[in-house]
Design a protein around this ligand. Structure first.
Ligand code: ATP
Ligand code: MG
Length: 591
């Protein structure tokens, strides 16, 4: 998680609630779904029953603006904003911006847009930990005056060394017993910029023998002559994340401070700060973070992927960032449904990415218009269809949604079909096009392959067929059956487009599992995670399709229009294929 540092003060005695008037009185009865669906909801419903927080439910989503949000953050967003929604409470958006060297406005903007995209809002409840720097500074002074904090001259490395380990008790700093007066003076001089970076720290005086390493005189402030994205050059000492996070929750009168499991052993420290300072004390609750197969979730590493140009940017459709999956064609509904289905637990685990894709397909199946497109074109000539003529065949837009209506697709003498849908020497049970074999063209006619044209390398470049005019619409009046139906586009009418096909960014379920010494997660990057196919041909109804639109290319998957599209060239991303491996897993498990 984030290391923090930075400060600036604004003596706001933090005891007034920052929430506005409640529009709806929280109560278990307001819950939209009956009953709690996880241990956090159980706890909140208990609190509402006993009146522990005067009936308030106040949560927050606290990202550090040091990178773009990923699908793991979506779990936290859905949880925190979702609880506020369910119990008539409020959820703040708080930027935990204590590290001036890693944070940028660009990330703040992206985070806002991502939370909104997921369907959540925070009204005027947008906060920055950096706005609490003055208050934190005052609290540091309060600790010093109470003999609970001291200025330490040990270097970073020495602090670490003196801290000890789980099996070795810590050693007290030789500076631990400085007088309060000296500490106040030194801390003020730290703030005034008299000392170089790293030369001194302010530390809490707790217990160097504590079994919990976080309690062994943790560093509260460090010296860092760095420009902060919001406080500018006002500060050259910055509070550590641990000295900021819990107090920010306190200032905002958070009731349920929800964080991931790795903060469980920071809780005693946050408790110590609130109790020692005598301030409002939220309840921290830990839950298991989301891990996904084939997916890397650390912002630091995602940043490395971007910097090292292993991907095309933060919004590369292969990235697990919200911006990446959004560009890829994920919908907020699919992501929220996924978060609902994975639930919230106390146990770390890894979720199969097939479940995420399953939720995506369910949603795209409902909303996507069906169209025909050919990725790897093979020319088909219908020898008995008159040149220059055109037939307009009726096609269903979305069988899941009758209100989506129908459209017509042009049929003419020359078509494109998928190269895969033709075999000169078909294996057994190949029901698509082959010499002498008859297939159905989707929404069209039956055609029979009569001959092929090859290039000088022996590759089939053109297939000649005849069609049966009596089979218009897809049925033969004489009742004869064909086993295969293939998609197609009219060559003369089709639009040439670029299509980007994606595979997992990592080849291993666990990207950290490397095959040899000296290798890191980079060695698991999938060299075939992006395949650009061009020209592909799509039916003319797609002319003018706007970025973001969702389509099912029949038999090929769900696609959306990429923002790289121009007036003269549409670019499509394949969001996901049609094959649902999760449905298979579920079937097997329930069988
Ligand atoms: P990363 O390790 O990816 O950098 P982080 O925890 O440092 O993530 P923050 O910006 O500090 O990122 O996180 C904001 C909130 O999102 C925190 O409450 C954090 O616990 C939560 N969060 C981060 N990653 C996950 C995850 N994989 N699953 C669930 N919640 C997460
Ligand atoms: Mg972090």
């Amino acid at each position: 998680m984030s290391q923090s540092q930075s400060s600036r003060s604004q003596p706001d005695p933090s005891d007034k609630p920052v929430t506005g008037p409640e529009t709806q009185k929280p109560s278990p009865d307001n819950a939209q779904n009956s009953g709690p669906s996880n241990f956090i909801e159980e706890l909140i419903e208990d609190d509402l029953r006993t009146g522990k927080w005067d009936g308030r439910v106040q949560t927050r989503f606290p990202p550090e603006p040091n990178g773009y949000l990923h699908i793991g953050h979506a779990k936290s967003i859905c949880l925190n904003f979702g609880l506020a929604e369910k119990y008539g409470g409020k959820c703040n958006l708080r930027f935990d911006d204590t590290n001036p060297t890693k944070e940028e406005q660009e990330y703040v903007d992206a985070i806002r847009s991502d939370v909104r995209w997921l369907g959540f809002g925070w009204d005027d409840r947008e906060f920055f930990a950096s706005d609490y720097f003055d208050q934190l500074y005052q609290w540091a002074l309060q600790l010093i005056r109470g003999g609970m904090a001291y200025v330490c001259d040990l270097s970073n490395d020495q602090v670490r060394e003196y801290r000890g380990t789980l099996t070795k008790p810590g050693v007290e700093s030789p500076y631990r017993n400085r007088s309060i007066e000296e500490n106040l003076q030194l801390f003020e001089r730290m703030r005034a910029g008299e000392f170089p970076d790293g030369s001194r720290t302010l530390r809490a005086k707790i217990d160097m023998a504590s079994p919990n390493l976080n309690m062994r005189d943790p560093v509260l402030y460090r010296i860092l002559h760095a420009h902060h994205h919001r406080s500018g050059d006002k500060w050259c000492i910055y509070p550590m994340y641990d000295f900021t996070h819990g107090q920010s929750d306190s200032i905002e009168r958070i009731t349920h401070s929800i964080c991931t499991l790795e903060f469980e052993n920071h809780r005693p420290l946050y408790d110590w700060f609130c109790d020692t300072l005598g301030i409002y004390h939220p309840q921290q609750i830990e839950f298991a973070r989301l891990n996904l197969t084939y997916t890397m979730m650390s912002k630091r590493r995602l940043l490395e992927l971007v910097r090292e140009k292993k991907v095309r940017g933060w919004d590369d459709p292969r990235m697990p960032t919200i911006q990446g999956i959004r560009r890829r064609g994920y919908t907020p509904e699919a992501v929220r449904e996924f978060c609902r289905r994975i639930g919230v637990t106390k146990f770390d685990g890894v979720t199969d990415i097939a479940l995420l894709e399953h939720c995506l397909r369910e949603d795209l199946n409902r909303r996507s218009l069906r169209v025909m497109g050919v990725l790897r074109p093979l020319r088909v000539v219908i020898d008995n269809y008159p040149a220059g003529e055109c037939d307009h065949l009726e096609a269903v837009n979305n069988p899941e949604d009758p209100s989506a209506g129908t459209r017509t697709v042009p049929f003419s003498r020359e078509l494109y079909i998928e190269q895969d849908d033709f075999r000169e020497d078909p294996p057994k049970k190949y029901y698509r096009l082959a010499p002498g074999q008859e297939v159905r063209l989707r929404y069209g006619y039956f055609i029979t392959c009569r001959s092929v044209v090859k290039d000088d390398k022996g590759q089939v470049v053109e297939v000649h067929c005849t069609y049966d005019p009596a089979t218009r619409g897809g049925n033969a009046p004489d009742g004869r059956k064909v086993k295969g139906t293939i998609h197609w586009v009219s060559a003369e009418h089709a639009l040439p487009v670029e299509v980007r096909l994606y595979d997992h960014l990592f080849m291993k379920e666990d990207p950290d599992e490397v095959d040899g010494a000296g290798l890191d997660w980079r060695s698991n990057l999938n060299p075939n995670s992006l395949e650009v196919v061009s020209p592909c041909y799509v039916e003319p109804s797609l002319a003018g399709a706007a970025p973001g639109g969702h389509y099912q290319f029949e038999r090929l998957g769900y696609f959306n229009v990429d923002k790289d599209s121009t007036a003269s060239q549409l670019v499509f991303n394949r969001t996901v294929t049609l094959k649902d491996t999760w449905a298979k897993i579920e079937k097997r498990e329930t069988a």
